[in-house]
Write a protein that binds this ligand. Structure first.
Ligand SMILES: *Cc1c(COP(=O)(O)O)cnc(C)c1O
Ligand SMILES: *[C@@H]1O[C@H](CO)[C@@H](O)[C@H](O)[C@H]1NC(C)=O
Length: 554
């Protein structure tokens, strides 16, 4: 700068005043550079403070490793190799997900083009029958973890009748469909009361599912922090066991997300550790009640204290907990279940998936906030839109009244008694499973954490747990695979609660088989998660997972 200024000054022969101005500019520019440097330093300091020297070193190592892997994979030789491997995996995936030909006896005539002449209802019915023949996984027989939470015939007909009644309605137009508005408002109010929000003045909206509820909450806290604290570079802090939807939201909204490890034994996030990740840019912290991977409930009361002390939001993810955790007390299960809802000071938002343990049709969830002021930050309004004044509560514009009617009907039909009974059955089955794992399978399987609700995860020190999962698949079971630690979990539902004993028997058989021939394992889980263990693993797994999404549309 100095040399440049002098050169210019000689050329221009400036007045003394101009000289001062130039000097000022020089000073300001050095000041800006100093500030940028300090900001960088502050960022680095915060990072090392939160992750520790070892953690930061590890991150740098992983980052460099991934860059190198990506470079190596781009080399012509390895690119060809990788393309060959991926093509193999891809065709395997394609054959299993979207085959071109169907098994004997399944005749499907639908095509990828709009038919010239429309088909009649008889044609459609035949197609439906045949499309259902493709279904895999014994859902009705209670062999699929999670996915379908109730499945009873009576409830299905109630949902059908409710939806049929409102099949053409659109919740975007409450003036045209006031009945739908009333049902939606009642549904939200019922859920808010269940989570003790009525006493604190809490409120909420419906959304299309847990992911949208979480995305809305992140957006709401971001806008709240900007408006009330001037946060322009938002950050959020989540336990490693939080749902993937938080990373999705962070990616969509360009929010920096910090992942806090959980205690290896309790599988809960340590509030003292979480505290280290909070800084003036933090908009929110997250706890799960319970989390998806291992069904553990985070220490919500302590997280609430943190949130209050640092004036940040606390989202409690009860997407899965929904009508299980909120009915546990009524069902007689209190030990090991801390307070988790609006009774806890500091909780600012709760997501509850009515399409999980409230047994409502898929496509319904409720996002709740402690106050109406906070909920305001979720809303969108374009008052000068050429299409008229436009205001909408959540991501969707037009919203189906049919699923809202279905959800409203289900909650009204089942009632407090029905949900209490369900919670007894489901938690009862999960605890029976947990107890038996510890009794019968202690030599080979370890329960992850000490889960109290409906999800029980287990890992193994002696066996390849993914191979056990593949063997269970061959027996008709569908368990969820987990990462870090490698494991499997079962989410008990109304359907699976009844089949817990046959699950245990088949698990015993699978373990016996695996011990007899541990090298024989070649299933989907072993294939996918086996790749993950190699150095190129994470990059390759990502590639496979993305081509899986491409295949969905073939
Ligand atoms: C299912 C689930 C979600 C996301 O819900 P979707 O309805 O699948 O979008 C979020 N958090 C937890 C803990 C869940 O189990
Ligand atoms: C599908 O098409 C074949 C041949 O055109 C026909 O014989 C069969 O009845 C059709 N099946 C259905 C379900 O419409």
């Amino acid at each position: 700068m100095a040399a440049w200024s002098q050169l210019q000054l000689q050329k221009l022969k400036p007045s003394p005043r101009a000289l001062i101005v130039v000097k000022r500019i020089g000073q300001i520019s050095s000041l800006i550079r100093l500030m940028l440097f300090l900001k960088l330093l502050l960022g680095a300091y915060r990072h090392v403070y939160a992750y520790g020297i070892l953690g930061t070193g590890n991150q740098i190592y992983t980052g460099i490793k991934n860059i190198i892997v990506r470079i190596i994979l781009k080399l012509p030789s390895s690119k060809a190799e990788m393309a060959k491997e991926l093509a193999k995996t891809r065709s395997g995936l394609k054959a299993s997900l979207a085959p071109d030909t169907f098994p004997e006896g399944i005749e499907l005539n639908g095509t990828r083009s709009i038919p010239e002449q429309g088909h009649d209802i008889e044609w459609l019915r035949k197609e439906f029958t045949n499309l259902h023949k493709l279904d895999r996984g014994d859902v009705e027989g209670g062999r699929v973890s999670g996915a379908v939470y109730h499945g009873g015939q009576e409830l299905s007909s109630i949902i059908n009748e409710a939806s049929a009644n409102f099949v053409i309605s659109n919740a975007l137009h409450p003036d045209v469909f006031p009945g739908v508005r009333k049902m939606e408002a009642e549904l939200v109010s019922m859920v808010v009361k269940l989570f003790h929000g009525d006493v604190t003045g809490a409120c909420g909206t419906t959304t299309s599912g847990g992911t949208e509820s979480i995305i809305m909450s992140v957006k709401t806290h971001r806008d709240w922090a900007r408006a009330t604290k001037g946060v322009k570079e938002p950050e959020m802090v989540v336990p490693v066991t939080a749902h993937a939807a938080f990373w999705k939201a962070a990616e969509y909204f360009c929010i920096k997300i910090h992942t806090v490890p959980v205690d290896p034994v309790t599988r809960q996030v340590d509030p003292k550790l979480m505290k280290r990740f909070i800084n003036p840019n933090t908009i929110m912290i997250v706890g799960s009640a319970p989390n998806f991977p291992d069904g553990m409930i985070d220490r919500i009361p302590e997280l609430g204290q943190l949130a209050k002390r640092y004036n940040v939001g606390l989202h409690v993810d009860c997407c899965l907990g929904s009508f299980i955790i909120s009915f546990a007390e009524r069902a007689g299960f209190t030990e090991g279940i801390p307070k988790f809802d609006f009774q806890v000071p500091g909780v600012t938002a709760i997501s509850c998936d009515t399409h999980k343990y409230a047994f409502c049709p898929k496509g319904t969830s409720v996002i709740m906030y402690r106050s109406k002021e906070l909920r305001r930050f979720q809303f969108f309004c374009k008052s000068d839109w050429s299409g008229g004044v436009y205001a909408s509560p959540s991501i969707a514009g037009s919203r189906p009244g049919a699923v809202l009617a279905g959800a409203w009907a289900v909650v009204n039909h089942i009632g407090i008694d029905g949900y209490t009974e369900s919670a007894k059955q489901i938690i009862g089955a999960a605890r029976h499973f947990k107890g038996e794992l510890k009794k019968r399978f202690a030599a080979d399987l370890q329960v992850v954490g000490d889960p109290q609700l409906s999800v029980i995860a287990f890992s193994s020190k002696t066996l390849n747990i993914y191979a056990v999962g593949d063997r269970m698949s061959k027996k008709g079971w569908h368990l969820n695979a987990l990462n870090q630690p490698a494991g499997l979990h079962m989410a008990f539902t109304r359907l699976t609660a009844a089949s817990v004993d046959s699950l245990l028997d088949d698990l015993a058989a699978a373990i016996k088989e695996e011990k007899a021939s541990p090298e024989a394992a070649t299933g989907n889980l072993v294939a996918l998660y086996g790749v993950g263990q190699t150095p190129a693993g994470p990059v390759v797994v990502e590639e496979v997972a993305l081509s899986f999404l491409d295949i969905l549309y073939e």
